[in-house]
Design a protein around this ligand. Structure first.
Ligand code: PBG
Length: 523
């Protein structure tokens, strides 16, 4: 007989004797008084010793049902005036108070297991004969746990390996916790299981399995933080980009970089707000070695030598016309002349200490020209991240407000790509690869995930995606209006950009997302 069977049998005897003693109040017969005591206590002892049933025993701790049970039985434990030999009976009752508390706890749970309405892959029939004495653990819904998590102690049986094996061969081993089949709500139809060979939900069953099979991950090392800088001392909030500022290059910038590094973001990209007086049609300020960007780079590199600094190579912050290139009288953006300026800009940035120069201008042939210019000046180690597929997007609106860099006339459609085009991105990819780009970038990110995937599948180079200002602001606005959960949408958007194939993501969320990744409250 198995341990559980013995226990069940013992319990039946104990309860029968208990009822018998209560009904008869048969004090005179010593045997009948002591038998239940022996049975009851051996039962309790086995409960206590057997690790399987320890959770049930733990129900002896006060709970409403236990307290009620004790209250009902307490009077029976008190001496009766008419009794002359009541100690035996009182002891029995004391044991019974304890046992009933345990049993009552069970009853509550057993009742909640509605056998008839349960529908699973294999409708259970085992539960049809539930008895009030059946052991069922009280446990909160959805949590399946035999004992407290930290409690791994099991009383040693004292048996040798051979003895344990022999016992197992004889079918004589301690029972594991009883299987638990959670009940379905009332009204759930009782159906035949679908004959499915593949149930993809099996691999999503638990957090551990889901984590094991997660295909894409996001870490702070994938993130690049774009920062706006200006000549002033104060940090000026950018209206359309909550949480973003034009940072004072000597104070706010250093502080922001410090905070970013603190959560593991060690890559930044700089965007300058240039005073109008320094802007010109040819944008010569772009390669002033003492200009805002080179100065900020030198300061940052002095303070944080291991930081990775990306720079923006384009004329728009320096152009009085607000275009990425030099504008001819008839409105044409001059390609090769602009490239000449961009080369000087890139070299100036490299001289200041930039690690990666990033042409965002979309002029033709600028990657090979910049590569040659850098190499000619001895900057072979400086990388080029080319904005390979940069679309003429309305998602740049908040950025242009941030830098006050709206084109004075026209749009950027003669150099930035048509949002309707996909194949064209391949033309740009091939050109940039041949010209020597180290990283290929797609911009914007979320509405262009197909393009990110296209580049990923057609190049062995690292792919970057730029989650631009408009994408950032929309998530911020949705969160502020309580339309979406800002933090969750932020994390999902970044993970999805990674899934599409981006190695790195330029995002204004970099610091906030990295805070979430390291378990800190974002602020
Ligand atoms: C310009 C540049 C732009 C952005 C980055 N570099 C704006 C533009 O092309 O008009 C946009 C970034 C953003 O919207 O977050 N060289």
């Amino acid at each position: 007989m198995t341990h559980a069977k013995v226990l069940r049998w013992l319990r039946t005897v104990v309860v029968a004797l208990y009822i018998f003693c209560l009904l008869s109040q048969w004090e005179g017969r010593v045997i009948s008084a002591w038998l239940p005591i022996i049975c009851g206590s051996s039962f309790l002892l086995s409960e206590y010793l057997h690790p399987t049933y320890r959770p049930i025993f733990s129900r002896l701790s006060p709970s409403p049902s236990n307290a009620a049970a004790a209250l009902v039985h307490l009077p029976l434990c008190l001496p009766h005036a008419s009794d002359n030999n009541t100690s035996g009976i009182r002891l029995i009752n004391l044991v019974m108070v304890t046992m009933t508390s345990v049993t009552l706890g069970d009853v509550r749970v057993v009742r909640s297991v509605d056998v008839q309405s349960y529908v699973g892959l294999k409708p259970s029939t085992a539960r049809k004969s539930v008895s009030l004495l059946r052991r069922t653990e009280t446990r909160p819904l959805m949590v399946v746990r035999a004992s407290k998590e930290g409690d791994i102690s099991v009383k040693s049986s004292g048996l040798s390996i051979e003895e344990s094996e022999a016992a197992a061969v004889a079918g004589n081993f301690p029972d594991p916790p009883p299987p638990w089949r959670p009940s379905a709500p009332k009204g759930t139809p009782n159906v035949k299981p679908l004959p499915l060979t593949r149930r993809p939900r099996r691999n999503r069953k638990s957090p551990t399995l889901r984590d094991a099979f997660q295909e894409t991950n996001l870490s702070a090392s994938n993130l690049v933080l774009p920062l706006f800088i200006h000549e002033g001392e104060e940090d000026v909030p950018i209206g359309a980009m909550p949480g973003c500022y034009r940072l004072g290059w000597r104070h706010g910038l250093l502080e922001e970089v410090y905070k970013a590094r603190d959560v593991g973001v060690n890559s930044i990209v700089l965007f300058p707000k240039i005073p109008d007086a320094l802007k010109s049609q040819a944008g010569d300020e772009a390669f002033n070695d003492n200009g805002l960007v080179p100065r900020a780079i030198r300061l940052l590199k002095d303070k944080y030598p291991d930081i990775v600094i990306y720079t923006d190579v384009a004329l728009d912050p320096y152009s009085s016309d607000g275009h990425d290139g030099i504008v001819r009288e008839d409105g044409v953006i001059m390609n090769d002349e602009t490239v000449h300026q961009l080369c000087k800009q890139a070299v100036s940035q490299a001289r200041a200490g930039a690690d990666v120069v990033s042409p965002s201008d979309m002029m033709d042939g600028r990657v090979s020209a910049i590569r040659a210019a850098l190499d000619a000046e001895g900057f072979q180690e400086v990388s080029i991240m080319s904005y390979t597929a940069k679309y003429a997007s309305s998602f740049y609106g908040p950025f242009r407000e941030a830098l006050d860099s709206n084109p004075r006339f026209g749009d950027k459609k003669t150099y930035q790509m048509n949002p309707a085009n996909y194949r064209e991105a391949l033309v740009e990819t091939e050109a940039d690869e041949v010209e020597g780009a180290d990283i290929l970038l797609v911009k914007p990110a979320m509405p262009y995930l197909d393009v990110v995937r296209l580049l990923r599948d057609n190049s062995a180079l690292p792919i970057a995606a730029y989650q631009v200002s408009g994408e950032y602001s929309m998530i911020k606005a949705g969160g502020a209006l309580k339309m979406v959960d800002e933090e969750k949408v932020m994390m999902e958007s970044l993970l999805c950009i990674r899934r599409a194939g981006a190695d790195i993501i330029l995002t204004y969320f970099a610091r906030q997302a990295a805070s979430v990744l390291c378990g800190m409250k974002s602020k």
